[in-house]
Design a protein around this ligand. Sequence first.
Ligand code: PLP
Length: 450
Amino acid sequence: MSENLNKLLNQKIEQYKSKTQQSHKLQLNATKFMPGGSTRTTQWMEPYPFYAKNAKDQHITDVDNNSYLDFMINATSLIHGHASPKVINAIKTQSDIGTAYSAPTDGQTKLAKLLTDRTPSIETLRFTNSGTEATMMAIMAARAYTNKQKIAKFEGGYHGTHDHVSISVGPKESELNESTNPGILQYPGQPKSLLEDVIVLPYNDIEKTKELLTQHSKEIACLIMEPVISGLGYLPLDIKFLEFTREITKELNIVLIYDEIQSYRLAPGGAQELFNVTPDMTTLGKIIGGGLPVGAFGGKEDIMDLLNPSSENYNLSHAGTFNGNPLTMEAGAVVMEELTDEKYEKMNTLGDDLRSKLNSIFNELEINAQITGIGSLFGINFNDNKIKDYRSFIKNDGLLTKILFMGSINNGILMQTKNAGALNTLSSELEIIKLEESTRTIATEIKSNI
Ligand SMILES: Cc1ncc(COP(=O)(O)O)c(C=O)c1O
């Protein structure tokens, strides 16, 4: 069985190589100057990434002139598709009058108001240049607020690339111990002391999470979590679990931080609005910057007041040369203004339709697959186990995952390498059908080689 499937994967890889020869040349040159020829882990893929020439609306075109229907949209960030005219116009207008000032602009206030008005947990916020900085600053604010040093996070939870959240993000199955805590370091030389300071919890496990949080509560400043887990095919956490984590963190004086850097696209006020669970702090990124680098963290005013230089509570400095840069602020404001209730509803309904169509394909063909996701987010997983946490997710079949990913690219469909993706406000029934048809063709090939 796996011999045939390996052959099928190799055919798909050879087909990709034959269509992307110019990209291959550029990649060989790039490897002389950047490790792996790339400057971002997720930009790299096997055998090599295609190089972008341009993109418009829902399509990205590579340097060999292959066009791809884009469900990756730069890690879900381009919610109105590529080169959205209003966004481009805002960037052009602003760039004519300056790209960065050391003085504030009213554009910062405009975007801050748009975000605070719609997000239940955010009374005030600060901008950063990436989601990584946003989670780093939110954690620092929670520490300063509680005067406690440890943090809690979940096994398999990704919150950017700084050290404190880089524990047990994607450990290999062979590295796992029975308990999620102590966690697992990500790279040699990463301070072992972090394992003392970062308490690692299992998703959707109320009993174990309660035990670990209670045991360390006097030292835990915050719990940082995504309500919908991006790295696990956009799996929404059980509502009971979300309610439980809200209650217990309140009880134990632990700041609850929702990382909504991806899930913010699910409703005007993010997943917290959808699930009606309000954290103490929230981190944002991706869609709020109009396709330019961005992040934000915010929450209860008494926590955020620690960053206010004119307050007697001021004890946390937050600098950053490009924080709130006017290009991002203007582009972000246009994007958020354009995101009406109807647009969320349309995207989410199409998402429901897509997940149901994908489910039917694998049911009809009797292939063990689970379609995860919620709203405009989806994930296709080949897995016999019910996906509920990191350990069940990593049972996904790696070979079938690669065949579907590579086959989709050859069919002109771009998803994340885990076969997850996002719709956008331009998505229609047509794109759903294209993805459905492509997936059906590849699934049928898989079936005949099992
Ligand atoms: C849930 C989550 N948190 C944090 C980050 C980090 O954001 P950035 O890549 O902007 O640093 C990401 C990025 O993919 C993310 O998905």
